[in-house]
Every structure is written in C-alpha cells, then in structure tokens.
Design a protein around this ligand. Structure first.
Ligand SMILES: NC(=O)c1ccc[n+]([C@@H]2O[C@H](COP(=O)([O-])OP(=O)(O)OC[C@H]3O[C@@H](n4cnc5c(N)ncnc54)[C@H](OP(=O)(O)O)[C@@H]3O)[C@@H](O)[C@H]2O)c1
Length: 460
C-alpha cells in the first residue's frame, strides 16, 4: 500500500549482477511485493494453488524418538502429539506449556469432571499414552531461555538427542494497534518470535531432524487487528526460509483456521470464510506432507470460491496467480447478484428492528442516529441503546463490526468502512461521520484518503 510519498511493503533480494540503475528503479517503484532480482531478470513472489506437495522422504519420525511440542497441551499440540504417537511407536513426547497439568494422582478425579479446565487435556494425554507413547507434560515458558534450556537438557539426558520439535506455542492478537499497549503487543510476539529464536539457538548443536513452526494465514493475509500476530508468524516463516536444509528441516506451515479444535474454535472464526476451515484429519495430513516434502514454507488451506469473502484476497499486496484471479473473478460475478439481494434483505431486517435510543437530554435523535442505532440493535440484540455509549462496551468486537458495517452499508446505499466504527465508537459519532464522509457522491479532496485505504478492512 502506498501514499503519495511513501511506499510500503516492497522487499528485494538482489544479486551482484543487478545493474545499479535497475536496482534504483526497483527500490523506488511503487508496487508492493517481494521481488528477487537476478541480473536484469525480475521475479515476483506470488500466491498459487498446488494440488499437493511432492514427498521427498517417506518418513520424518523415528520409532522411540524424542519430540518436543511447544504449546503441546493446547488443541493442535495435542492432536499433533496423538498423530506422532500413532506414527512413531514408543515415541517420547515432551508437551510444553506454561500451565502445569495437575499431579497424576489427581487425574482420575480431574478427567471425571468435564467442568475442570484440565479435564480434556488429561484425557487426551491418557489416550496418547494408550497409543504407546510416553508423554512428559512440562510446565515452562518457551520464551524463557533458562527454563527452555533446562527442558532441552532433560530431553538430551534421557534420550541423547532431540529428534524433532513442533513449535505450536502461541496466543492470538485481539485489536487494532491504536488500542494496544506495548505489553499486549509483546505478549503476542513473545511465544512465537522469542520462542522460535530460542528453540533454534539452543538446539543449534543438536540439529534435530525437523523444527516445524505452526504459522498462520495471518502471515500472508492478516485480518484487521492482527498486526502483532501477523508479525510473529511472519518471523516464523522467515526463520524457516533462512534455516531450512534437507538434513535439518525448518518448516513453516501457514494454517488457515482449524474447524474442530483450537484457537479459531475458541474465537468463533472456525467456519469457512475466505478459506475453507480445516478438519483435524486434513491438518494432520498436511503436517505429514510438509515434513515429507521439501518446501520451507507452505500455506495450508484452500480458497473458498463459494464465498464472497474471497474478494478480500485481491485487496492485499500479495500477487495472486492468474488462475486464482480468474476463479475469483468468475466467482464474484456469480455472487454479485446474490449480494444485491442479500443487502436488500439486511436493509429490510434492520428497518424492522425496534430500538429505543437514550442519552440526549431533549430526547431528539436524527434519522441517521436512528438508523445507526437500529443497525447496532439488529447485531447486538439490545432493546435500548445510549447514543453516547462506546460500541465496545455494548459488546461489539472487530468481527461484529463487520456485520454492523454491512448493515450500515445496506442502509446508506454505499460501502461503509467497518474500521470507522472502531474509531468513532458511538451512535452519535458514527452518525456524524456518515453525514459528512458518506453523504453525497463526492469523496474527493480527502487528504487522508490514503490512510483510509491503509486502514480499510480487507474485503470491504
Ligand atoms: N487453531 C487454529 O485455527 C490456528 C490457525 C492458524 C495458526 N494456528 C497456530 O497454531 C498454534 C496452536 O494453536 P491452537 O489452536 O492449538 O491454540 P491453543 O489451543 O490456544 O494452544 C496454544 C498453546 O500455546 C501455549 N502457550 C502460549 N504461550 C506460551 C509460552 N510462552 N510458552 C509455552 N506455551 C505457551 C498455551 O498454553 P499456556 O497458556 O498454558 O502456556 C496453549 O496451550 C498456535 O501457534 C497458533 O497461532 C492455529
């Protein structure tokens, strides 16, 4: 993305044969993307679909091998452990997370009570053990150098070697940078970025067969509010690209949402969106494909051509293959008519929503305020809304903002930026904005248009 004087998101990898004048032109060029310059040839990284990943080895697990899974007591960590237990008879699985499991003497009681937070984890550990693995739950912070070094020493002392590592520790990001404290941002970066760095640093003499990074779609197509999470995952991919060798695989898998377990389920974003969400068995199959294959970074997901959300993809600074662009164009043409019908339905539903506005001493509200209030009430279900209340206090998060923004779009008859909801945040302020920014056809003369473009929710 760019402003008049600023170019963002352009990266070059140039060899010594690139003529200076060409290099200068490339550095000053405005089109974003990742480029490799080789002499006078130029290559641009692009996103393309692969039917599968060619296997260059049959197996990546050793019978009786010792494997460390960070975030191993989390949802995907446990599924991966189960998969490794089935694939490597007698494996030793070190499952690391900050939260300790209760002592084993309490496991019967814990497993019997589904209300206990550890119940599902204890049950999973027992199932994995029943597959023939030895499970070692470890309470440690992957980003704490001394704690991680001690864990690795334990593994080496018991098994002579760390055979492989899965780095699945992570926490999701949750809001726009403008609303984040530095500490919150760091908390998201820390497990992935510092954790991955330490895992490589502390095992540089072990040379495990593989280190698998559980990266994310956010490294390629980050959603609004994911700056920290995207950066953390991008670092995982960068490390994989830099360190991967055939003998010591370092692989980043950029997961789309897992449908059945994990943080996408917890956040309620495990449905088919721009990408189809992944069933667990398919995710595990992709772990096999990634570790049997020869690619350092792999995007694990399928574009959902049945959804209008695929329209977000061309809004990113990622070059899409011609094939993907064609399929998106065809799909969108078919969806355009449906969208028109849907908008009419949304408008009808919003118009029939009843809400009592409060907050103005004289009890007078403009038509625009009433419309915004109805859109909010339609999404949030409140019978009464204070026109000065912050949307976030009323229960609107950034996902909900998309729904409300969509309702407002259908009522004003033009595209409303959901990001405006998160910056204005009250009925009165949004109504005022609609009457200025969204009133009439003329949106020229806006000096901050480039900033709006930068902040616009992808897919709008
Ligand atoms: N689920 C998805 O759809 C999805 C999609 C894309 C990418 N991913 C990535 O896949 C990985 C696993 O996700 P998940 O869905 O299984 O999430 P999850 O169930 O929340 O598991 C993550 C685990 O990481 C642990 N953790 C967090 N910070 C840690 C730290 N500093 N040190 C050690 N452990 C730490 C957490 O345990 P404690 O809090 O006890 O430490 C938690 O059990 C994550 O890295 C995530 O970003 C997941």
């Amino acid at each position: 993305m760019r402003g008049d004087d600023v170019t963002f998101g352009r990266a070059h990898d140039a060899d010594d044969a690139v003529p200076a004048e060409l290099l200068r032109e490339e550095i000053l060029a405005r089109q974003a993307g990742v480029y490799a310059l080789r002499g006078t040839d130029k290559y641009r990284e692009s996103f393309a679909e692969l039917p599968g990943v060619e296997a260059v080895r049959d197996t990546y697990l050793r019978p009786g091998g010792a494997y460390l899974i960070t975030g191993g007591l989390g949802a995907i960590g446990l599924e991966t452990a189960r998969h490794f237990a089935a694939g490597a008879p007698g494996a030793h699985l070190y499952l690391l997370g900050r939260t300790a499991l209760p002592p084993e003497t309490e496991w019967d009681a814990v497993a019997a009570d589904p209300q206990r937070p550890a119940a599902a984890r204890v049950t999973a550990v027992r199932e994995i053990t029943a597959l023939g693995a030895t499970v070692h739950p470890v309470a440690a912070d992957v980003a704490d150098e001394m704690a991680l070094a001690a864990v690795l020493d334990t593994v080496r002392a018991a098994h002579g070697r760390v055979d492989g590592i899965v780095h699945a520790a992570g926490v999701p990001g949750d809001s726009l940078i403008a609303y984040r404290e530095a500490a919150g941002f760091t908390a998201v970066l820390r497990p992935k970025l510092r954790g991955a760095f330490l895992l490589h640093h502390l095992t540089r003499d072990d040379r495990p067969d593989f280190i698998l990074h559980m990266s994310s779609v956010a490294a390629v197509f980050p959603a609004l509010g994911q700056a920290d999470y995207a950066a953390a995952n991008y670092y995982l991919d960068h490390l994989a690209r830099s360190l991967d060798t055939p003998e010591h695989r370092v692989v980043g898998v950029e997961w789309v949402a897992w449908r059945e377990v994990g943080m996408a389920v917890a956040a309620g974003v495990n449905e088919d969106l721009a990408f189809r969400s992944l069933r667990t068995r398919d995710g595990l199959g992709l772990i096999d494909a990634a570790l049997r294959g020869g690619r350092p970074v792999l995007f694990a997901g399928e574009i959902n051509y049945d959804s209008d959300l695929m329209s977000v993809l061309p809004t990113y600074d990622v070059a899409l293959s011609a094939d993907i662009e064609d399929k998106i164009a065809t799909g969108l043409a078919a969806l355009a008519e449906r969208t028109e019908q849907n908008l009419a339905r949304v408008r009808e539903a919003v118009e029939s929503t009843e809400v009592r506005l409060t907050g103005q001493p004289d009890g007078e509200y403009t038509d625009t305020e009433r419309m915004v209030g109805r859109c909010l009430a339609h999404a949030l279900g409140h019978p009464e809304i204070d026109v000065h209340a912050d949307f976030r206090d009323l229960g609107a998060d950034s996902i909900m903002a998309l729904t409300i923004g969509n309702s407002i779009s259908s009522c004003v008859g033009r595209q409303f930026d959901a990001v405006d909801l998160m910056s204005e945040r009250t009925v009165v302020a949004v109504a005022r904005l609609i009457e200025t920014k969204y009133d009439g056809d003329d949106d020229g003369g806006d000096d901050d248009a480039w900033l709006d473009e930068l902040l616009t929710m992808p897919g709008e």
